[in-house]
Write a protein that binds this ligand. Sequence first.
Ligand SMILES: [Zn+2]
Length: 476
Amino acid sequence: MRAADYEAVIGLETHVQLKTRSKMWCGCANEFGAPPNTHVCPVCLGLPGVLPVANEEALRLTALAGYLLNCKVCAYAKFDRKNYFYPDMPKNYQITQYDKPSTREGWVEFEFNDSVASVRINRAHLEEDVGKNFHFERHSGVDFNRAGVPLMEIVSEPEITGADMAYEYLNALKELLVYGGVSDCDMEKGMVRCDVNVSVRPKGQTELGAKIEIKNMNSFSGARKALEYEIARQISVLRQGGTLTQSTRRWDDVAGVTEEMRTKEYAHDYRYFPEPDLMPFEPSEAWLAEVRQRIVELPLARKRRFMRDYQLPASDAQTFVRDTALGNYFEAIAARAKNPKAAANWVINNLRGKLAESGTTLEQLKFPPAAILELIELVESGKLSSRIAQEVFAETFATGQMPGSIVQRKGLAQVSDAAALERFCEQAIAANPGPAADFKAGKTAALNFLKGQVMKLTKGKANPALVGEILERKLR
Ligand SMILES: [Zn+2]
């Protein structure tokens, strides 16, 4: 069989730190970057005799994520202890939702290969993060600041068929969670990590191949590279007549390979049992209704709406999805604009550039959104050339003065007076006999040169369409 006769089956488990002020079971700050072991207390250090108290905001954010992922938000959820021993986990067990998660059975939609892909979500459950080990030359250390930070695990169904699709899925997930205020998803700070399950099988076979897990990847591009490598590796083993066994591997980003960590025989037995110190969580209808008020429009829905309601091209809509504040600003203008596309052009091409260049925010703008409407109107009615409109906008941006009054004060209005333009055209033809003769001889490009001369004479204020007409008439 050829390599192309195999297909990959991928499922992802994505861990996301929730955007809460405090940790999951105690009042310690959920804050990245503090000196080691400064955000710790007897609860998150797992000292004997302490009791966990569930962070309600973390429960709310998990339910909210469930709604955003089209999941059922369960009326009954409980916490379990997952027992294992590792230096970065002081309690020697992790509190997690095992058989009764907060949310289950949803889906996420995202753009992939010029269409919309959908991947079902098995569950999104709540658990806690562990500390972090550091290895030095002669010793190791553990920082427990991260221990007990609320962590949500989102488990997809094995419906992803390739490395690129996995990458787009992860990006969509991240965008959705940032939009919903569930997590900041800052990759640099390790707020998102994922485990990947991948197997391959001959196309057409329904039975799944041996499931191989790659653990703890902290970048989406790393996950994509690891999948590309691992899929090729598995196919090559099968094509050479080898067999694959269920195992766990590690991605070495420097070497660009996956390596075996352990096989099935050494798989953990976590000895799950219900956490005796926490009551099951049974949210009331009123509590859930409050969470539902925090549901936001999702990125893909926003993109489609911008394309539909304002007839914007996909690229403009995408800009307003990525930069929500800019998108909201555009909407405030577009609602009153005759030509929303023109408004989008001003916001994206001019306003965005000026904001970046001057380091200002939308809140600091000196002019009202109506100024952009006024500018569009001046250009569309032919009173202002689009080149001069740029200058007027720069001044409006700097001073807060409305475009109309700038145009009036500086006499920038476009010259559409035919009699006045005729004189300028005659002047340009007289001063440039060569190009004029060229045009008469059939070189149509010469007209643009003459047009440019008229624009120069009028300091850019001439109506270019009208100038073209007059020149052509005079040269014929
Ligand atoms: Zn603590």
